[in-house]
Design a protein around this ligand. Structure first.
Ligand code: ARG
Length: 292
């Protein structure tokens, strides 16, 4: 008889897949307007500190072997650092964002031009408002899609039609968690971590219905945007302020790598917000977790 890791109570072996990301340096980052509860334009922002924290995040990705492409930041668009909101890239198709607030609207065209110029697949636009990978998270073949604050439900249908992927609508109900990526983190092609209270009663049954191995984050973890993380399947890049979630991830066989993005939290974002994953068509090499 062969024993599996589940039989002996050991965490499953996790495997990293090398990724390609787009990031936009926070050269023009500040908080000059407030469009989410985290933002307070009376609090001073240290742009140099934001830049150095952002550089650390970029180096972490590169030290893990991932590729980071840089998008040019534009003056007057302080939130452009939150690259996840630039669009959604899945299987060689890119859907550029159509952002909800006029303060950020120009970013959609800039990201669309960048995708087209850099050859990251055919670039599509939606008529409905949608905020890219802030509200669309790819989990294996499926796309989880948030609505309630920013992305409209009609855009979920458009993204399903454009990508040909099943899109599962999830309704967000707590204004602190205004994008799906603030309430749910994707760990690998079948595992997520999430904070049930951020979702409507119908949407919160994710673990029962789709993700039996989902990790449940406490309010304390979620309240520091601990779920706003980026995982390659093994290494989970996340805030250093969510120790409980960090321990849970470690126990589940993942390898948390923590970073301090305190200055960028003033705009309402952490790790995932600053990171757009570009899913190319070619298959990527993998690397396994060490066997202990
Ligand atoms: N200040 C930005 C906004 O409110 C933050 C965006 C954070 N991005 C994210 N993917 N959650 O739009």
């Amino acid at each position: 008889m062969t024993l599996t890791s589940a039989d002996i109570g050991a965490p499953p072996v996790r495997e990293a897949r090398l990724r390609t990301y787009a990031m936009t340096p926070p050269v023009h980052f500040t908080v000059s307007y407030a469009i989410n509860p985290w933002m307070d334009s009376s609090v001073p922002v240290d742009t140099d500190l934001a830049l150095s924290q952002w550089h650390t995040l970029r180096s972490v990705y590169e030290s893990l072997g991932h590729t980071v492409h840089l998008v040019d930041p534009a003056p007057g668009l302080p939130d452009m650092v939150y690259a996840a909101n630039g669009g959604l890239s899945v299987g060689g198709t890119v859907v550029a964002a159509r952002l909800a607030f006029p303060e950020r609207a120009a970013e959609g065209d800039l990201y669309a031009e960048w995708f087209a110029r850099n050859g990251f697949g055919s670039v599509h636009r939606t008529t409905g408002i949608q905020e890219g990978e802030g509200d669309f998270l790819v989990v294996g073949a499926r796309i989880l899609a948030g609505t309630g604050f920013r992305t409209r439900r009609s855009a979920h249908d458009e993204v399903a039609a454009i990508t040909g992927r099943p899109v599962i609508t999830l309704e967000l109900v707590d204004p602190r968690f205004y994008h799906l990526d603030t309430a749910l983190g994707v760990l690998d092609d079948r595992t997520i971590a999430y904070h049930p209270a951020a979702f409507s009663a119908r949407s919160r049954r994710l673990r029962d219905e789709l993700f039996p191995d989902a990790i449940i984050a406490t309010d304390a973890d979620a309240a520091v945007l601990g779920l706003n993380l980026v995982s390659d399947g093994l290494d989970v890049v996340m805030t250093d302020r969510a120790p409980h979630l960090e321990a849970e991830l470690r126990e589940a066989g993942f390898r948390p790598v923590t970073v301090d993005l305190s200055e960028l939290l003033k705009g309402g974002g952490r790790v995932k917000c600053c990171t757009l994953e570009l899913q190319e068509i070619r298959s990527c090499p993998t690397r396994s977790s060490p066997t202990v």
